[in-house]
Design a protein around this ligand. Structure first.
Ligand code: NAD
Length: 247
């Protein structure tokens, strides 16, 4: 029976909800080069392009067909019913975990639905799209809000809390992440180092150098409800791996 669980989700968990991932498209995100729309340099070079990009991403997320899927729902159920400690960390900037019912989680790479004051770092839920008129209310003069997104080259949020949880967990599960973006890609090493069981859920077969002890290959929306039930029934994942794979 597990007592402390850390879960890391990536763009793959939202793929079945209709949101594009990064790496599945040769380093393009919605047909843009990552360095143009996901770096401070890209923002400094062309603020309108970056604002338009995040305005469109946020707008996309409001489409009625974009809904949390069975994997998001399974994790919300785990939060509700698991009696030990659970930390859900997402690299995703969408809000599908919240919409599924997850309450306590870390958005380590920020959130599409928020803007941030570049001076005070205070965040604001967006009421209107990014633009020169969308400013903070915390500074004089008011500052133009920037996307509340951690771009490449910037430090993700809540790293101390994340490392404390990884140091103490007995189970670490990474779902739908390519393991190419650091520091999240290194979490498995930390968890292994502290003796946790480490499990990966991904559509793709694991690469031969994978640091995870167990792999479940397939869609997160099909695998996660079974994994969550296994955990809630007080069972250990490795012991049930074959049974899960056949289910
Ligand atoms: P990634 O795009 O690099 O990798 C996605 C991974 O998910 C791949 O390994 C792929 O094999 C796997 N995958 C795809 N469909 C799956 C499914 N149905 N079930 C299980 N696995 C599936 O994503 P990443 O590792 O999260 O890192 C890229 C960065 O992209 C993150 O920092 C994130 O901020 C950003 N991003 C976020 C969103 C979002 O919020 N939904 C979308 C695109 C990019």
């Amino acid at each position: 029976m597990y007592r402390r669980i850390v879960i890391l989700t990536g763009a793959g968990i939202s793929a079945e909800s209709g949101i594009s991932t990064f790496r599945d498209q040769d380093g393009l995100w919605e047909k843009h080069h990552i360095e143009d729309v996901a770096t401070p340099e890209g923002y400094a070079k062309d603020i309108q392009l970056v604002e338009r990009f995040y305005n469109l991403r946020w707008q996309d997320l409001q489409r009625p067909e974009i809904l949390p899927n069975a994997a998001h729902q399974a994790l919300a159920k785990l939060e509700l019913e698991f009696e030990g400690e659970l930390l859900l960390i997402t690299q995703n900037v969408d809000d599908l975990h919240e919409r599924a019912g997850s309450l306590r989680m870390i958005h380590m790479h920020g959130e599409l639905k928020k803007g941030r004051c570049p001076k005070s770092q205070q965040t604001f839920v967006l009421r209107e799209p990014f633009g020169e008129d969308n400013c903070c209310t915390c500074c004089i003069p008011a500052m133009r809000l920037r996307p509340h997104i951690v771009w490449f080259g910037e430090m993700p949020f809540a790293m101390d809390r994340i490392h404390d949880a990884l140091d103490e967990c007995d189970l670490f599960i990474a779902i739908g992440t390519s393991g190419t973006v650091y520091p999240a890609a290194g979490f498995v090493d930390t968890a292994n180092h502290h003796g946790a069981q480490t499990v990966e859920v991904n559509l793709m077969q694991p690469d031969p150098h994978s640091q995870f002890q167990y792999h479940f290959t397939g869609k997160a929306g099909e695998i996660m409800p079974k994994l969550v039930d296994t955990i809630l029934n007080g069972n250990i994942l490795g012991a049930n791996k074959c049974k899960l794979a056949q289910a």
